[in-house]
Design a protein around this ligand. Structure first.
Ligand code: HEM
Ligand code: HEM
Length: 219
């Protein structure tokens, strides 16, 4: 089973592309994280009350799936190595790209976890639901002394804030680098992370990553 999965994914990675599963993980999670950044930031401006609580409930409902997806994504990534693309030439740029990817993975885990800890350490902010549907437990902090719960809340809040700041540096750097590779260096990096679009006019060449042969002139 795993062998078949690897062979299937290799068909994509050998052509310098991420597999469709890797691509789906990337764009779904990129969308969710960007939404969380915007929504979390906006929620901070609301006045305390029902609307703010409801907004944080949505924030938690969207944030918890990121934790679940991160587990699946790490498992997938360990199973299926990414492609070697034009930008993988070693040197500081490759190292910076890898470091950025590792830090993203850190955020995928540590942001939802610190959010979950915050939620569990304050008194009854309301129930948690994964994606707003599946009930999600609170961490067992009820028995802890109040002062300790406040300290836990403080630390978790600091971690959440620092990681939000980290994302605000990483995302523009990452997006900027991928656009630079695409438009400036003409590398295949971004292409490898985009869904493959079949070329109806030329299906034989559609998934091949090599310059096309010129078509014969029409008579
Ligand atoms: C990748 C996922 C997440 C991202 C990107 C994210 C982002 C943010 C942002 C931008 C803020 C506002 C700025 C700040 O206070 O630092 C925030 C605040 C907050 N988030 Fe998240 N969040 C995520 C996951 C979660 C989850 C899963 C929960 C709860 C289960 C959660 C609970 C909270 C809470 C309670 C606050 C208010 C913190 C405060 O007191 O200022 N977050 N988050
Ligand atoms: C418009 C926005 C984005 C573009 C154009 C983009 C583009 C790319 C490209 C081209 C790669 C492949 C890089 C390589 O193999 O060297 C990549 C990988 C990656 N991106 Fe993005 N990205 C975007 C947004 C995001 C966001 C918001 C996140 C995180 C929240 C993210 C997280 C990642 C991660 C973790 C990888 C490594 C994939 C892996 O090997 O597992 N990306 N991205």
């Amino acid at each position: 089973m795993i062998g078949k999965l690897r062979a299937w994914a290799r068909r994509h990675t050998e052509q310098d592309r991420y597999s469709p599963v890797g691509i789906a993980f990337h764009w779904v999670m990129a969308f969710l994280v960007l939404f969380q950044l915007g929504w979390g930031w906006w929620t901070g401006f609301l006045h305390p009350g029902g609307d703010k609580l409801q907004a944080y409930q949505i924030h938690a409902a969207v944030g918890l799936p990121i934790l679940v997806l991160a587990l699946g994504r790490v498992a997938w990534r360990l199973l299926i190595p990414g492609p070697v693309n034009d930008a993988d030439k070693g040197g500081w740029q490759t190292q910076a790209a890898y470091l950025t990817h590792y830090l993203f993975y850190l955020c995928f885990f540590a942001l939802p976890l610190s959010g979950w800890v915050m939620w569990s350490s304050v008194a009854e902010p309301g129930p948690l639901y994964l994606a707003g549907v599946v009930p999600w437990p609170r961490l067992p902090f009820e028995e802890l002394p109040l002062a300790m719960r406040w300290s836990i809340l403080d630390v978790a809040e600091d971690i959440h804030h620092v990681l939000v700041l980290l994302l605000m540096v990483l995302v523009p750097a990452h997006v900027g680098a991928s656009l630079k590779h695409h438009f400036w260096d003409r590398h295949d990096v971004l292409r490898g992370m985009l869904p493959e679009v079949p070329d109806e006019a030329d299906p034989r060449e559609a998934s091949q990553h090599r310059p096309r042969e010129p078509r014969p002139l029409e008579e």
